[in-house]
Design a protein around this ligand. Structure first.
Ligand SMILES: [Zn+2]
Ligand SMILES: [Zn+2]
Length: 284
């Protein structure tokens, strides 16, 4: 079994209204650690920490950070991205093998000097900045949100150490380890998964990242605001695919980050199942 960390910040909005209750049956597993931004007191619980402000400046401009400060969401944004940074650090220290990070805000529309689409700080980019200081060099970011990860692309555009495979609306790019793969609208589960598999496996195997980050957006699910007609079960199959790749290529080092999506029933259905896959629990 893998040791899996769950990182739980506290949120705005409705989509996670069933959590942490919906993690019942997972949190007490021996190989699951739970990091909580508020209640880090019970046995076996750990505190989730906000991003250190000096790390922010390694990824974002001073202007951009000050602009987030003026939104009133600054502290919440620090905790939201903090889960990803802490997850990466816990994997690096060997305390966990992989992680699922609940977020209050997304991160893939957060670039060096801009943010939009309910994203503030780029948690994956901050985690990579932190890991680079520890001499780790190769990273992959797999983005299966319905939309283009323009913030992440902006930050890593000229960084040969980061493979960015983004599934979105267009084949914007296929060069310098920055790849966009068009998922047509509408598509089917079978077509979508087979396209992702074909695009991912050779590239990730060829690149050999030491860490894999997965932007788990479910907004391409039928009925969502980025609807491409796929079912909620397609995300479970995708989690299996990405977990298998991470085990083969990156010694299992995989950090799943909650990205777009609005329906609470999809979150409640998919997230516990994804965590079960990460932790190799067969009870779901
Ligand atoms: Zn999206
Ligand atoms: Zn894209």
């Amino acid at each position: 079994m893998k040791r899996t960390g769950i990182f739980f910040a506290y949120f705005q909005g409705e989509r996670l209204k069933d959590f942490p209750g919906a993690l019942e049956g997972l949190m007490d597993k021996r190989n699951v650690s739970y990091y909580d931004a508020v209640y880090g007191t019970r046995d076996g619980l750990f505190y989730l920490e906000p991003v250190a402000e000096n790390l922010l400046l390694k990824v974002h401009s001073k202007n951009m950070i000050e602009s987030v400060m003026r939104t009133g969401d600054y502290e919440s944004a620090l905790y939201s991205a903090g889960g990803t940074v802490q997850a990466a650090e816990e994997v690096r220290r060997g305390n966990i093998d992989n992680a699922f990070v609940f977020t209050s805000f997304g991160d893939h529309h957060a670039g060096r000097d801009f943010y939009h689409g309910m994203c503030y700080f780029n948690g994956a980019a901050l985690a990579i900045a932190m890991l680079k200081e520890k001499k780790i060099k190769r990273f992959a970011i797999i983005d299966t949100d319905s939309h283009h990860g323009d913030g992440t692309r902006d930050i890593f555009r000229r960084d040969a150490g980061v493979l960015h495979v983004c599934f979105c609306d267009q084949d914007y790019s296929d060069q310098n380890s920055k790849i966009d793969v068009q998922i047509p609208n509408p598509t089917t589960d079978e077509a979508c998964l087979s396209k992702m598999k074909q695009a991912l496996i050779p590239r990730v195997e060829g690149f050999r990242p030491e860490y894999i980050f997965w932007e788990y957006g479910y907004d391409a699910t039928k009925g969502e605001y980025g609807d491409k007609g796929i079912s909620r079960d397609s995300h479970i199959k995708l989690a299996e695919l990405i977990k298998t790749v991470a085990d083969e290529v990156s010694k299992g080092r995989l950090i799943a980050i909650l990205c777009g999506g609005s329906a609470s029933d999809v979150a409640t259905y998919t997230i516990p199942r994804i965590i079960s896959i990460l932790a190799e629990l067969n009870n779901r």
